[in-house]
Design a protein around this ligand. Structure first.
Ligand SMILES: [Mg+2]
Length: 298
């Protein structure tokens, strides 16, 4: 391995601010998040590659586009909240939090190590700043997030926003739809449901395992203001977030669903749109190839 390749596996301490940007301003952030995901996973020797890489653009817009308000120096201060319902996609959330400056980026090298704050699925008991709740039992995270949104809007009566991301395979869990029904019944216009629609899950293409389509019609029938966007297009993603912000600002009484159409493993060509990459890490050679490819599009 050359020195250049060794260096490409190292984490750097560059962080990014959370603010409205022109669409082209997001690409370098998403690229760094993708590289950190590869660096983490090859060191861990286990974990999920496809979902985290495929959703890196969604997380970039969420954490670095001014859409979710938080203070990276104090993640307990009054804030908007995010719950990763698809908890196995933890590496992309850890990379976003590290690149926001919520914890030292070098700590990413501890992913899945004994006693690390970066468990295979998010664990609130590990006290990593930005982890609002433990998650990973599919269908549960969104239910907790809806409870948070109820608490914010109906009990504390504040203007905090709550976001939750589910996978599309996760839509096969009945409790997802109980949460959706509640969000609509309680008129939670402060709740934003992000769906990572990559059409893949661990065992194959989603319709081959258990058909969940049409997702947009289902969300609409559950009372959500629903918008379908290209999950790799920053302007289109912002269009989705803007719909949510307007729903909350105007007091529409409607929760928002943003269906983000993505490709699993996006950014690394040999993983792109391949469900086989749902739950495995790259080998060292594959990681080197992935980092070389990502380095060409910073
Ligand atoms: Mg999926």
């Amino acid at each position: 391995m050359t020195d250049d390749m060794k260096r490409s596996l190292e984490f750097n301490e560059t962080t990014f601010t959370n603010e409205r940007r022109a669409p082209e301003g997001f690409a370098p952030i998403a690229n760094e998040i993708r590289r950190d995901i590869v660096r983490m996973l090859v060191r861990a020797g286990s974990g999920h590659s496809g979902g985290p890489l495929g959703s890196a653009d969604i997380f970039t817009m969420l954490y670095f586009g001014g859409n979710m308000r938080y203070n990276p120096a104090d993640m307990q201060a009054p804030r908007d909240r995010f719950v990763l319902s698809a908890g196995h996609m933890a590496p992309v959330m850890y990379a976003a939090l590290a690149n926001a400056g919520c914890y030292p980026k070098k700590e990413q090298e501890t992913l899945r190590k004994y006693n690390t704050r970066l468990q295979g699925h998010p664990g609130r008991d590990m006290h990593l700043p930005g982890i609002e709740t433990s998650s990973g039992s599919l269908g549960q995270g969104i239910s907790i997030a809806v409870g948070m949104a109820m608490s914010d809007k109906l009990v504390d009566k504040n203007d905090h926003r709550v976001f939750s991301l589910t996978g599309d395979g996760e839509l096969q869990e009945g409790s997802v739809w109980e949460a959706a029904m509640s969000a609509s019944h309680f008129k939670l216009d402060n709740f934003c449901w992000l769906i990572d629609n990559n059409d893949c899950q661990i065992d194959g293409r989603v319709p081959d395992v258990m058909d969940v389509y049409p997702i947009d019609k289902k969300c609409e029938s559950f009372g959500f203001d629903t918008i379908v966007v290209n999950g790799h297009d920053y302007a289109d993603l912002q269009r989705g977030f803007d719909r949510f912000l307007e729903n909350q600002r105007s007091g529409s009484g409607k929760p928002t669903a943003i269906i983000c159409q993505t490709f699993m493993g996006h950014g690394v060509s040999f993983m792109n749109d391949k469900f086989e990459w749902h739950g495995k890490p790259p080998s060292k050679d594959q990681a080197t190839a992935a980092l070389e490819e990502l380095a060409q599009h910073p």
